[in-house]
Ligand binder design. Structure first.
Ligand code: SAM
Length: 282
């Protein structure tokens, strides 16, 4: 009998979806991320994962955006072995196990208490891996995390669930608490009404479940917007999954569609990785 997650709220359940997408990628013939541990975690949880109806495009996109964020963590921790990595809305993702940062790097994973309880039960423990059971919208989540070391904060699949006010407050909390570092996350650009309707009427259960949790905030088109919200933030990278070499591993139809989307800026923005540096703590 696996771990019971029947008490998860629909928002917490989204962590099971991304976990399962990584497990499917890990089992595939040509994995993009190659996270074999995700399937072990899935096997330890009592949940109808197959019932999510996770489609191939989501498996590929989830694996690729996770790989792109992993690559940024690898680069940052290679340059700052004493770094602190903070995963905002970490769910059941074991990025630390994939990235294998230097032993002097500390890794904090933050999510709601129910998710953290399952996380602590299914993922390996280590002195450098810290779980923080907190709500990212209440401002207290950062209290136990060191401020003076170089920090890289990542958010994979989180921002669509926060309102604009919550997003701005989160960013200000980052620059207000940590002295210097970077913040990297995925986003979807500005989500238009047509995209919202398409997701709502899609037949897969997965899309219905996730879109019902979206905050209603449509996101931002101009990647410089966070600099306006908080001048301590500076955009250092804006890229799209559409330009990543790993797209070659996608099935043919998806590879062609993804490469085509890279030629149309409004489409390329639908799957962005954004990275900001900041000097904060004042
Ligand atoms: C789509 S899942 C992604 C999880 C993980 N990053 C991954 O890639 O598998 C979104 C996660 O954000 C968490 N989350 C959403 N809003 C949150 C909040 N206000 N405070 C803490 N966690 C939150 C959810 O519980 C969930 O685990």
């Amino acid at each position: 009998m696996g771990i019971d997650v029947s008490g998860f709220t629909p928002l917490e359940e989204t962590a099971l979806l991304t976990l399962y997408a990584r497990a499917l990628d890990g089992r595939s013939r040509r994995p993009i991320l190659g996270d074999t541990r995700a399937a072990e975690v899935v096997a330890g949880i009592d949940y109808d994962f197959a019932g999510l109806g996770v489609v191939t495009s989501v498996v590929c996109q989830e694996a690729l955006r996770t790989k792109m964020l992993d690559d940024r963590v690898r680069a940052f921790t290679a340059g700052h072995p004493d770094a602190v990595v903070v995963d905002l809305g970490a769910g059941l993702d074991d990025g630390r196990c994939r990235v294998k940062p230097p032993a002097s790097t500390d890794w904090y994973s933050i999510d709601f208490p129910a998710v953290i309880a399952v996380r602590d039960a299914v993922l390996p423990r280590s002195a450098q891996a810290h779980s923080v059971a907190a709500t990212l919208t209440d401002g207290k989540w950062a209290e136990t995390i060191p401020t003076e070391r170089p920090v890289l904060l990542i958010a994979n699949g989180l921002l669509a669930f926060l309102s604009e006010t919550e997003t701005i407050a989160l960013f200000k909390r980052v620059t207000g608490h940590f002295q210097s570092g970077e913040l990297a996350f995925n986003d979807y650009g500005r989500i238009g009404r047509a995209s919202r309707i398409a997701v709502k009427i899609a037949p897969q259960r997965m899309f219905k479940a996730v879109s019902s949790q979206w905050s209603g905030y449509a996101g931002f088109k101009d990647a410089h917007q966070p600099e306006v919200w908080d001048p301590r933030m500076k955009l250092v990278e804006e890229t799209s999954l559409a330009f990543a070499p790993e797209v070659e591993l996608f099935p043919t139809w998806l590879r062609l569609a993804t490469r085509l989307s890279g030629r149309i800026p409004v489409m390329a923005r639908k799957a962005r990785i954004l990275r900001y540096s900041f000097q904060g703590g004042f």
